[in-house]
Structures are given as C-alpha cells and as structure tokens.
Design a protein around this ligand. Sequence first.
Ligand SMILES: [Zn+2]
Length: 132
Amino acid sequence: MGRDRAHRLPRHVGTVDSSVVGGVEAVHSGCVPIRTCIGCRQRAAKTDLLRLVVRADDDGRSARVVPDPRGRMPGRGAYLHPDPACLEQALRRRSLPRALRVSGPVETSGVRRYLEGEEYGPDPSGPTTGCQ
Ligand SMILES: [Zn+2]
C-alpha cells in the first residue's frame, strides 16, 4: 500500500540512452510538427521542409508539382528539404508520385527552379503554422 511510488524514481541522469535515438528529438519550441523528407527520408521540422503540392496541368495529361513555401495550397502535400539533391533522390525513388498519390508522370520543373533559384524568395512572414 503506497509502495507504488517507489517505481517512479527518475531515470539515471547523465547516461545517454542510445536506444531512444530516432524518437522525438530536437523539439526546440515545444510545438514543431515533424515531417519526413521524401528525398532523403530524414525527419525534420515541418518548417525546415518545403511543402510540395500537385496540381493538374492545363492539358490534363500530367500532374504538375509546385512548391508551396507558405503551406497554404489545398490538396495533398509532400515534404522535401529545399535542396535539389533531395529532389533528385525523391525522383529516383519515385517517392514523389507515391507521396502525392499521382499515377503517371509528374512535372517538377517548377520545383527545380524554385530550389535552384529561390524564385519565390523567402517568406517574409515566416512560418505561419502553429499548433494543430
Ligand atoms: Zn531531404
């Protein structure tokens, strides 16, 4: 009776438990959604990744993937590091159409231009996403 409290001893402090690597980590501000990059498959804060959305192209034959740096476009999104190398990996793995639920070819030149030239520019308003 009352002995259960003995089980609530704190963990040893100062020892690094390597078995927890891969769990939730690097939570800086308390509320950072984590997403997986479809290129390198590493997890990162949503705000560090570029959201991609798919739009039907004008001719209706191919799906056009466009960057959505503000994260406001409707539709299914995928997350990618803003790095051309990750885009290449995503294309090689064919994880982009899978993540976006698209069958058939996807047009990614807009994303490539964005990654190489930052033509949209940084978002001056900063991350707009909060807790969900
Ligand atoms: Zn990546």
